[in-house]
Write a protein that binds this ligand. Structure first.
Ligand code: SF4
Ligand code: SF4
Length: 191
């Protein structure tokens, strides 16, 4: 081999052995999606705006779920970096709503204590965002960021960007509430 040649390693090459053949049923029970419908064409990953930052690609999340590599999915960054934009669902020839699968995997990961250490701050942001929606019916960015910083101690991250957004009127001081706040709260109470 030429000394300048790069050795590339598949992100799947270091996966553990399958841990749970029932993982796919567990996902389906939560979100209704059948991961076995996926035939690995890769259309979802080709259109995903967040795939570049994920440790395993969206179609690989499904392949691992099909084969029962539960821990590899639940400890991945991919499930936390999915933005829920549903680009994948609109491209999928098999009608798989991958964003729902990602959400189900997040729920299982939290419930079973599998969130990777380097993704725990993402989980905290996620929790604070949901708390905002439960309280106001929508997100009040300043309150959410303040709560996130209190929980993580990352007081000075993104301060400059925050000041710029405030000066441009992108961050309101007073939270606004939506009309259907009671109905939104009832959705949370049903969980
Ligand atoms: S687009 Fe659909 S069928 Fe193709 S890999 Fe993605 S989820 Fe599977
Ligand atoms: S919903 Fe998630 S996985 Fe699908 S395209 Fe958007 S970011 Fe990617």
């Amino acid at each position: 081999m030429n000394s300048d040649s790069k050795v590339t390693t598949s992100p799947l090459s270091s996966m553990s052995t399958p841990t749970d053949p029932d993982f796919k049923q567990q996902i389906q029970a939560i979100c209704g999606e059948n991961v076995m419908s996926c035939y690995q064409c890769g259309e979802c990953t080709a259109g995903c705006p967040a795939a570049f930052s994920m440790d395993i690609a969206p179609n690989q999340v499904l392949r691992l779920a099909q084969a029962g590599f539960k821990d590899d999915v639940l400890t991945s960054s991919a499930i936390w970096l999915c933005a829920g934009c549903e680009t994948c669902a609109t491209r999928c020839p098999r009608g798989v709503a991958l964003s729902k699968v990602m959400d189900a995997c997040r729920q299982i990961s939290v419930a079973e204590g599998k969130v990777a250490k380097d993704q725990r701050n993402v989980l905290k942001m996620h929790e604070e965002m949901l708390r905002q929606i439960q309280t106001f019916g929508r997100v009040h960015e300043i309150s959410m960021i303040a709560a996130f910083k209190m929980r993580t101690g990352r007081f000075f991250d993104d301060v400059f960007a925050g000041i710029q957004m405030f000066l441009k009127g992108k961050l309101g001081l007073i939270p606004s509430v939506i009309k259907g706040r009671k109905e939104v709260k009832e959705l949370f109470d049903k969980q």
